[in-house]
Design a binder for this molecule. Structure first.
Ligand code: URA
Length: 197
């Protein structure tokens, strides 16, 4: 009986977090807080379960993501999903998003003012999802959330700040540009896997 009550309560709590997340995502979809709304096709808010243990944070949507409105569905996404699968995780079991929710034209690097404008949305996603570990994919995610770390020193390491736990690794796009990076990212994901057991 006690079990049933706990189950019932947690479903209620789960539903309200789901609603908060959906409400936030609706707000982001209509955002015009910076000029990137003028050139986007779709806002890419992110996706995944509201109670995901892991949240993966990339840089910004690319062409495929802008076209479809879904995060990491291009070539970087294929590699990310491959890396997840190799450590026994499915795409559907984790929350995937990026620092910017709109594509910078021509996939240029996000500008400081774009990051500053968009970052509160990511903070609110983190507050609602409350992941055990936030996985920072690359320099933009790392510097936006925990500061300007040198990735070659920091990758493969855990970091705690303001009550949140972070894991730092390279962006999958780095492995597409520099194939030797792939084994470094794979090793990082193995370290992450070790922590999840
Ligand atoms: N790269 C990112 O950082 N985010 C995406 O959604 C896609 C590619």
């Amino acid at each position: 009986m006690t079990f049933l009550v706990i189950e019932f309560n947690s479903r209620l709590i789960g539903m309200s977090r789901q609603e908060s997340l959906e409400e936030l995502h609706q707000e982001i979809r209509h955002c015009e807080n910076c000029h990137l709304y003028k050139t986007r096709t779709h806002t890419v808010v992110g996706e995944g379960p509201v109670d995901a243990r892991l949240m993966f944070v990339g840089e910004a949507p690319g062409r495929e993501e802008d076209k479809t409105g879904r995060p990491f569905v291009g070539r970087s996404g294929e590699l990310l999903i491959d890396l997840l699968n190799k450590i026994g995780l499915s795409r559907e079991s984790v929350f995937i998003t990026s620092v910017l929710k709109c594509r910078p034209p021509g996939n240029r690097t996000p500008r400081k003012e774009e990051i500053e404008t968009c970052l509160p949305y990511l903070h609110r996603q983190i507050e609602i999802v409350r992941p055990d570990i936030i996985v920072l994919l690359g320099g933009v995610a790392t510097s936006s959330l925990i500061g300007p770390w040198k990735l070659s020193d920091a990758h493969g390491r855990f970091y705690e700040a303001n009550g949140d736990a972070y894991f730092i690794t390279y962006h999958p796009a780095a492995a597409l540009r520099f194939p030797k990076m792939k084994s470094r990212i794979e090793k990082d994901f193995e370290i992450l896997e070790g922590e999840l057991k």
